[in-house]
Design a binder for this molecule. Structure first.
Ligand code: CP
Length: 312
C-alpha cells in the first residue's frame, strides 16, 4: 500500500519516473484516456481549494475513471464530529484512491494509518503540499529542461506556505540547487526546515527581505501569497500582506530566461500586468498540475504505463 504524505515519500528516481510519465501524458493525452476505467478517486477536502481538487478530479476523469467526494468539512459528517480515522475507514469501501486536504497538519498521515486505499496528501495545514511540488517540478523540467543547478528564489510567506516547505524538501535532492529566501522577518522559513533541510544537507542559501537586490541572480522566482487563514490576528495579516508585489518595473531587474512560478491563488503579490510577460508561467503551471496528478494516480494504483518502451 503506497501513500504520499510528503515529497520525500518518493525517491528521486521514483519522482523522476513520475515526471517523465507526466510529460508523456501531456504530449499524448488521448492514449491514456481509458487506463483507469472502473477506478474511483475520492476527494476529501476539509479546506477550500480550486486547483488541487479540480485538477485531481480532471486527472481521474481524463484517465477514464470516476470521482466522488466532498469539498468542505461542513458538507460531510465531520460537521457532526466524525473523526478522520472513521471517515477513511468508510471511504476505503467506496473508492480505490483518495486525495485529502485538511487544515490540521498530519491529518492525511493519520488517515493513512486507518486506510485500506492509497492516501495522497493534497495539503495539510502549514505543513506539506507534495502534489503542488510535483506540479512545480514538472513545470520547471518542461520549461527549463533540467532540475539541476538552479538558483531558486522563494518569496512571500515562507513560514506558513506549505508549497514552499515541500518545494525546498524536494529541490534539495537535485545537485547544484541554491535557495534565496525572500520574506519579512516574521514570515521566515521555520527553524526546523532551515536546520533539517538546508543546514544539515549543506545546501547554499541566503535570507533577505529585499526582492529587488536578489532578482538578477535568480533562475526561478517562486512567489507566494501571505496565508491569511493561518494568522492568529487580522492586524498582523494586514500589515504583512503586501510586503512584496512583483510588477513590470521590478521585472526589469530579472534575467530574460527567469521563470516566475506561483502555486496560486494570487492575491496582490503579482500585479496583473506581469501576466503577459513570457516569464510568467503560473497559469501553465496550473495546467501541468493535471498531468502530474494523472501520472501519480497511475503510479499509486500500480498501473503500468502501456507505452513504457515507446519513445512517445
Ligand atoms: N495551489 C493550490 O493548492 O491551489 P488551491 O488552494 O486552489 O487548491
Amino acid at each position: 500500500m503506497k501513500h504520499l504524505i510528503s515529497p520525500q515519500d518518493l525517491t528521486v528516481n521514483e519522482l523522476d519516473d513520475i515526471l517523465a510519465l507526466a510529460g508523456k501524458i501531456y504530449r499524448n493525452k488521448e492514449k491514456y484516456s481509458k487506463i483507469c476505467d472502473g477506478k474511483k478517486l475520492a476527494t476529501l477536502f476539509y479546506e477550500p481549494s480550486t486547483r488541487t481538487r479540480l485538477s485531481f478530479e480532471s486527472a481521474m476523469l481524463s484517465l477514464g475513471g470516476s470521482v466522488l467526494g466532498f469539498s468542505s468539512a461542513d458538507s460531510s459528517s465531520a460537521a457532526k464530529g466524525e473523526s478522520v480515522a472513521d471517515t477513511i475507514r468508510v471511504i476505503s469501501f467506496y473508492a480505490d484512491i483518495c486525495a485529502m486536504r485538511h487544515p490540521k497538519e498530519g491529518a492525511p498521515l493519520v488517515a493513512s494509518k486507518f486506510s485500506s486505499i492509497p492516501i495522497i496528501n493534497a495539503g495539510d495545514g502549514g505543513h506539506n503540499h507534495p502534489t503542488q511540488t510535483f506540479t512545480d517540478l514538472l513545470t520547471i523540467k518542461e520549461l527549463k529542461g533540467s532540475l539541476e543547478g538552479l538558483t531558486i528564489g522563494v518569496c512571500g510567506d515562507l513560514k506558513f506556505g506549505r508549497t514552499v516547505h515541500s518545494l525546498i524538501n524536494a529541490m534539495i535532492r537535485y545537485p547544484g540547487t541554491k535557495f534565496v529566501m525572500i520574506s519579512p522577518d516574521e514570515l521566515r522559513i521555520p527553524d526546523y526546515l532551515r536546520k533539517e533541510a538546508l543546514d544539515d544537507n549543506n545546501i547554499p542559501y541566503i535570507e533577505t527581505n529585499n526582492l529587488e537586490s536578489v532578482l538578477p541572480e535568480l533562475d526561478i522566482l517562486y512567489m507566494t501569497r501571505v496565508q491569511r487563514e493561518r494568522f492568529f490576528n487580522e492586524e498582523d495579516y494586514i500589515r504583512l500582506k503586501d510586503s512584496f508585489i512583483l510588477d513590470n518595473n521590478k521585472l526589469k531587474l530579472a534575467r530574460e530566461d527567469m521563470l516566475i512560478l506561483h502555486p496560486l491563488p494570487r492575491v496582490n503579490e503579482i500585479a496583473t500586468e506581469v501576466d503577459s510577460d513570457e516569464r510568467a508561467v503560473y497559469f501553465k503551471q496550473a495546467n501541468f498540475g493535471v498531468f502530474v496528478r494523472m501520472a501519480l494516480i497511475m503510479n499509486m494504483l500500480n498501473i503500468e504505463d502501456p507505452y513504457k518502451e515507446e519513445n512517445i
